[in-house]
Design a protein around this ligand. Structure first.
Ligand SMILES: [Zn+2]
Length: 140
C-alpha cells in the first residue's frame, strides 16, 4: 500500500483507501477491472470522486441478525464501560465527491449510525499511523 496523496492510498488490485472520520477507520473502494464490486474514480488523488455510493456495514447490520441476537451488541450491553474500539455494529453510507458533495468532499447519508450522518466534510488526511501500518515510507 502506498500514498497517492495525503488523502488516498492505493492497494494492490485497484483499491483506493481513504480515512473515514465518522468510523475513525479506513474504507477502501475498488476501481478498474477485477472481482467484486467496482467503483468509478475521476483519477484525482487530491479531490477524488467515486461512484456509486460507499456502503460499509459491520456487525448485525452486515449479517442480518437482530440486535438481541447479535454477539457484538450482547458484549456491549454486558460491558458498557469497556472500550470496544472499532468492534461495533455500524452503517456508514457515503458519497465521495458527488451527489451533494464537491470533489474532495464526503457526504454522509442519513442512514449512517455515527455522528456524521447528514454532514458534508472535506475528505480528511490519512492519519500518520496508517503510514506506519503500511511500512512503505521506511522506519524511524
Ligand atoms: Zn465510515
Amino acid at each position: 500500500m502506498g500514498a497517492l496523496s495525503s488523502k488516498l492510498r492505493n492497494v494492490a488490485g485497484g483499491g483506493l483507501t481513504f480515512w473515514c472520520a465518522g468510523c475513525r477507520e479506513a474504507h477502501t473502494v475498488w476501481t478498474g477491472q477485477g472481482p467484486g464490486p467496482r467503483w468509478t474514480w475521476n483519477g484525482d488523488v487530491e479531490r477524488p470522486v467515486f461512484g456509486p455510493s460507499v456502503l460499509v456495514r459491520t456487525g448485525h447490520y452486515a449479517d442480518g441478525k437482530s440486535p438481541a441476537d447479535c454477539f457484538i451488541c450482547q458484549e456491549h450491553r454486558a460491558h458498557p464501560d469497556d472500550d470496544h474500539g472499532s468492534w461495533r455494529c455500524t452503517i456508514c453510507h457515503t458519497y465521495v465527491g458527488c451527489n451533494g458533495a464537491q470533489p474532495g468532499e464526503i457526504i454522509y447519508l442519513s442512514d449512517c449510525t455515527h455522528d456524521l450522518a447528514g454532514k458534508v466534510i472535506p475528505l480528511p488526511d490519512m492519519p500518520q499511523y496508517r503510514e506506519r501500518d503500511c511500512g512503505a515510507e521506511g522506519g524511524t
